[in-house]
Write a protein that binds this ligand. Structure first.
Ligand SMILES: [Zn+2]
Length: 255
């Protein structure tokens, strides 16, 4: 079987290595809407790949900006969640979705076991191995780690408008999420979801349950509404806000 990623295509993930080590690790599972050339467009028109089903619009720019401001180690997935979703357990129905929101994804229908295994081996596994290696190295060195899983959500899903500007998601170990929630709702006019419109579960998520909850690492999964960070001015505003609030939330969570 020829490899999925050609030699001239990006590696499965991009790492931002800070010049000096801060405590934050930022993951951006849905940073990109790129599809490996070998898969064409998965049978989709370009407009479908560009919309929220393909990626978390704005999340990569916020990750880059925050990594610089927080001196964070950060990792961004280089391929679309439609190829294989890096925040889903492999083998579950939404890992390589045959349908997303109201769109059928022809290139994900009727895959062989070998096709599925290849997407996992070339995209999912290396990304999560890199995260695990970084967390292992930090633990070995006795370095504190705070984990931020950064996502963005569509302002309208299946015809329903979502009023919240951002949301914190958590399951076990909610301290850092609660602390960030408290800081965000104190911002003027800010509507913040508390495990809404999504929440972290062992079945619906991969990064937080596997990398954080199994290790007992403090984490927050943060969702920002996509229309607020689709352009540079909104991205800058959210980078400033989070660079200010995340250290305050970390301090509060330590108490
Ligand atoms: Zn996401």
């Amino acid at each position: 079987m020829p490899s999925l990623l050609a030699a001239d295509e990006p590696r499965p993930f991009h790492v931002i290595q800070p010049p000096a080590g801060g405590c934050w690790v930022i993951t951006c599972d849905h940073a990109s809407n790129r599809i490996p050339r070998a898969l064409g467009t998965l049978g989709l028109p370009d407009a479908e790949i560009a919309r929220h089903i393909g990626w978390d619009i704005g999340a990569a720019a916020v990750t880059h900006g925050l990594a610089a401001r927080l001196n964070a180690w950060a990792i961004l997935q280089n391929y679309s969640r439609l190829v294989i979703d890096c925040n889903r357990h492999p083998g579950t129905p939404s890992s390589i979705p045959p349908r997303s929101e109201n769109t059928d994804i022809p290139g994900n229908i009727g895959l062989s076991a070998a096709d599925t295994a290849q997407r996992r081996a070339e995209i999912f596994d290396p990304y999560h191995a890199a995260i695990a290696a970084e967390l292992d190295a930090r633990a070995t060195a006795g370095r504190a780690t705070l984990y931020l899983a950064l996502h963005s959500f569509t302002p309208v899903y299946d015809g329903t408008a979502r009023p919240m500007h951002a949301a914190v998601l958590y399951n076990r170990y909610p301290h850092l999420s609660h602390a960030l929630y408290n800081k965000l709702v104190a911002e003027p006019g800010m509507i913040v979801g508390d495990n809404d419109p999504y929440r972290v579960t062992d079945d619906s998520d991969y990064g937080v349950p596997v990398h954080c909850e199994r290790r007992g690492l403090p984490y927050v999964e943060l969702e920002i509404r996509q229309d607020l960070i689709a352009h540079a001015d909104g991205q800058a505003e959210w980078i400033d806000r989070l660079a200010r609030l995340l250290p305050m939330a970390a301090e509060e969570a330590r108490k």
